[in-house]
Design a protein around this ligand. Sequence first.
Ligand SMILES: Cc1cc2nc3c(=O)[nH]c(=O)nc-3n(C[C@H](O)[C@H](O)[C@H](O)COP(=O)(O)O)c2cc1C
Length: 216
Amino acid sequence: MTPRVLLLYYSYTNQTRRVADAMAEVFVAEGCEVTRLELTLSDQRFSLELPLQPFWRRILKFVVPQLLGQTAEIKFDEQLLDAEYDLVCIGSPTWWFYPAVPITSFLKLPAASKVLRGSRFAVFTVCRAFWWVNYRTVRRLATRAGGSFADSATFAFHGNQVQSMLSFLNYLQSGENRERFMGCRIYAFGVPDEGIEKAKSFARTLASSQLGHNSN
Ligand SMILES: Cc1cc2nc3c(=O)[nH]c(=O)nc-3n(C[C@H](O)[C@H](O)[C@H](O)COP(=O)(O)O)c2cc1C
């Protein structure tokens, strides 16, 4: 039987999507059937585009609803939940330490139980620097939805807290990958190439440890 993998994620600035792409490439090469379920945020309270302007007003507008644990309106292809998957990989960007709102919104829906009940799941967090609370929350909600935890990995940006923050602020405010911000040289925004290689290696590990596929 061909192992079936569901890659379920949300991505605003494309980094979680890039990690999912790298993982999908490896799963397919390892002989798995890969389905992608990308969540879309359709809630006006959290309307996002790039560049995000006026930046602070827009970004702070959704801190409060998020930290109060409120969910948002999301869209996804519900038909994809009808299939059974051997492994569900949940890709969760960090927003204010927690999972991005579309991820928590999905995991609290009955739809999450439909796809996770009786399935193994892996968590991949994508962030500037903070992943622990995001990971713990996704793990807890997915377990509550009936899934059983298999493995996790995290994909962070280059640099220390300040450096990654400058890259982040520059990119959201300008929508461009510039070399300098506020007079400082900055790293390129996003998961570096090493992170993408790590995503491939994570998918290889999952294929052999969770799907019984030995690539040797
Ligand atoms: C509203 C918002 C809040 C964020 N908060 C954090 C945070 O608390 N810690 C962190 O490390 N990264 C934070 N980030 C950075 C994202 O985790 C990072 O940009 C990641 O690439 C997002 O995934 P995506 O590119 O798939 O949208 C935040 C991003 C946004 C948009």
